[in-house]
Design a protein around this ligand. Structure first.
Ligand code: PLP
Length: 410
């Protein structure tokens, strides 16, 4: 008999110690999950246990603790490989996070892969992390940056995308889900079109991994990057998945210990994958904690998480619609549990400060996506981004809070 999983948000909330806190004397309502997510006790324990039982440097010790630490870190690599369905464990590179993963690829491609006359395509929906590294690369390589425009509802203009692709396109780098608007991009289509034009694709999965099951093999994506801290894991760790054949050809990002096969003053040779891209002592406890986070979300079930968050999105959108002066920023058909909005002409920052006094944590500002704000000619938005431990009651609290905001500032 197959076991049917059920989703019990009350039980889930008990596993996140921080959610029991009061902020400004009120129960904490944490709606800033797009920036970073909270950590379940098992992840906190995994990090603490590493230090209290197996703290030791990895990969180079023959002694007992070093072997245990290495085994734990490498077990985490296997969990992540399975979680995103990467064909090989060597294709999973531990990084510092999404930004670091993108910079790793940009740095590698800059060393001879991309030349003057070549083109890189990004989209109007990108986080600054998926814009600036490519601009820097273009500056010193002479490569040209092209931008897929966006539509009023926050979707990408795919017709324009098709017309940007040509034989000069070397790379398409877009996000899977927009952090500012919640738009879920049609990434399979984007990848297939890029491949037809002979270009590689990097997906910024920072906002996708917490909400949905990722299958890099089915996507046939060349590079996929994400951050551990948005996936209920520790900060300071992230993952770069890359197709083995491409990672083999790409030059190392940083030089140092761990990433070499042999070193002499005459000639140094590099280690094989994944170590070629993991110079220096890694963030061992975070790598281990991320493996635990992956186990944790799988235990709940990514499908159940996704379905529940869609319920929150629907409920939140309905409840916020009761404000006459509500303006939703980003209304794509396919959306993750992110609601960006403006309430009349109230400045997002002012709304955020009042909500904070009521214990409600939202993000305000441009969300590291200034081009999106420029597109809408706004200084920023209020963004409520939900995780699976949030509740409809918390959304009600935010609605009550916003009524106060309106009363005080209109
Ligand atoms: N890309 C997207 C879509 C993001 O939302 C973020 C963070 O908010 C990043 C990249 C950068 O992630 P990190 O700061 O963890 O490197």
């Amino acid at each position: 008999m197959t076991e049917t999983k059920t989703f019990d948000v009350k039980e889930i909330r008990k596993q996140f110690p921080i959610l029991k806190q009061k902020v400004n004397g009120k129960n904490l309502v944490y709606f800033d999950n797009g920036a970073t997510s909270q950590k379940p006790q098992v992840v906190i324990d995994a990090v603490a246990n590493y230090y209290s039982t197996i703290n030791s440097n990895v990969h180079r010790g023959v002694h007992h603790l070093s072997q245990l630490a290495t085994d734990a870190m490498e077990a985490s690599r296997d969990k992540i490989q399975n979680h995103i369905n990467a064909p090989k464990r060597e294709e999973i590179i531990f990084t510092k996070g999404t930004t670091d993963g993108i910079n790793l690829i940009a740095s590698g491609l800059g060393k001879g892969w991309l030349k003057a006359g070549g083109e890189i395509i990004v989209s109007a929906l990108e986080h600054h992390s998926n814009i600036v590294p490519w601009q820097m690369l273009c500056e010193y390589s002479g490569t040209v940056l092209r931008i897929i425009p966006m539509l009023e509802n926050g979707e990408l203009d795919l017709d324009q995308y098709v017309s940007l692709l040509n034989e000069k396109t070397k790379l398409v780098a877009v996000n899977h889900i927009s952090n500012a608007l919640g738009t879920v991009n049609p990434v399979k289509k984007i990848i297939d079109l890029a491949h037809d034009a002979g270009a590689m694709v990097l997906l910024d999965g920072a906002q996708a991994v917490p909400h949905m099951k990722i299958d890099v093999e089915a996507l046939d994506v060349d590079f996929y990057v994400f951050s551990g801290h948005k996936l209920f894991g520790p900060t300071g760790v992230g993952v770069l998945y890359g197709k083995e054949a491409l990672l083999e050809k790409l030059p190392p990002y940083q030089g140092g210990g761990e990433m070499i096969k042999s070193v002499s003053f005459e000639k140094t040779t590099y280690a094989g994958l994944p170590h070629k891209f993991e110079a220096g002592t890694p963030n061992i406890e975070a790598c281990i904690g991320l493996g635990t986070a992956v186990d944790y979300v799988n235990e709940i079930g990514m499908d159940l998480i996704g379905n529940y968050e869609q319920e929150l999105l629907k409920y939140g959108t309905e409840q916020l619609s009761q404000f006459d002066k509500m303006r939703f920023i980003g209304t794509s058909k396919n959306k993750a549990s992110v609601i960006s909005f403006l309430l009349g002409d109230i400045h997002p920052y002012d709304a955020g400060v009042i909500l904070d006094k009521l214990g409600i944590a939202v993000r305000t500002g441009h969300h590291c996506t200034q081009p999106i704000m420029d597109f809408y000619s706004i200084p920023g938005t209020v963004r409520a981004s939900f995780a699976f431990y949030n509740t409809k009651e918390e959304i009600d609290q935010m609605v009550e809070g916003l009524k106060k905001v309106e009363m005080m500032l209109s």
